[in-house]
Design a binder for this molecule. Structure first.
Ligand code: DX5
Ligand code: ZN
Length: 221
């Protein structure tokens, strides 16, 4: 089980401090939400944040969750900035673009992920499963931190887990993102999730290390 904090709701003016606290508690990867004000109605960071992150924390993985349909500009920019993983939205791409960008990421030694909105047909996995290093299943509609975990998500996680195992012989790790907290992490885990993005649970409730430890304990149960 891997906890990947989303920095979206962290204190931007104390970001390095917050990240360091999570690293001290054992975190080895952070989730960086990129929102373009178009694919989702919110704006967040640009590539500079990713290169600053890698300069400050070279051994820690930067996972970019790209919420933009401007793939031609955004994907090369974030790869250039040094991200270790990049997951873009299936809904933001045409079918031939999905294949093209998965290949591009592989060629640039960046782990490739596909993100699916809560209402996207899981059958699309049949076409891409064997090319994914990771699948990101959204458990809220993307755009904002602090939303409520969609209650139908566990059934969807289980269905995706099954589809992946049938579609592809290699194991594809399944990540969940949105509304993950002390109540929902266990539900997602029992349904087959292995990577847990948590934003407001980790950065919005007092001690960052305390929240990481709490979630870790819960996921170990
Ligand atoms: C939503 C983002 C999530 C979000 C997670 O669009 O992709 O990563 O910031 O935040 P919480 O954990 O607060 O839902
Ligand atoms: Zn995200």
């Amino acid at each position: 089980m891997l906890i990947v904090p989303s920095i979206l709701n962290a204190d931007n003016l104390r970001l390095a401090e917050g990240i360091s606290q999570a690293v001290k508690a054992g975190i080895r990867r952070f989730h960086i939400d990129i929102m373009d004000g178009h694919f989702v109605s919110n704006l967040s960071y640009g590539p500079q944040l990713v290169s600053d992150f890698k300069k400050e924390f070279p051994k820690i993985e930067a996972e970019v969750h790209l919420m933009s349909n401007n793939l031609d500009v955004m994907i090369p920019a974030f790869v250039e900035a040094g991200c270790d993983l990049l997951e873009f939205h299936y809904e933001a791409a045409t079918p031939d673009q999905v294949g093209k960008w998965l290949t591009y990421l592989k060629e640039h030694n960046v782990k490739a992920g596909l993100a699916l909105n809560p209402d996207t047909d899981l059958e699309v996995l049949n076409d891409y499963a064997d090319r994914l290093d990771q699948l990101l299943l959204m458990t809220v509609f993307p755009g904002f931190g602090g939303q409520k975990f969609i209650p139908e998500s566990p059934a969807r996680i289980a269905a995706a887990r099954y589809l992946l195992s049938v579609a592809c012989p290699k194991h594809v790790p399944l990540e969940v993102d949105g509304g993950i907290n002390g109540d929902t992490a266990g539900l997602a885990k029992n349904a087959g999730a292995e990577i847990f993005v948590a934003g407001s649970y980790i950065f919005g409730k007092g001690s960052i290390a305390g929240q990481v430890n709490r979630l870790n304990e819960l996921l170990e149960e």
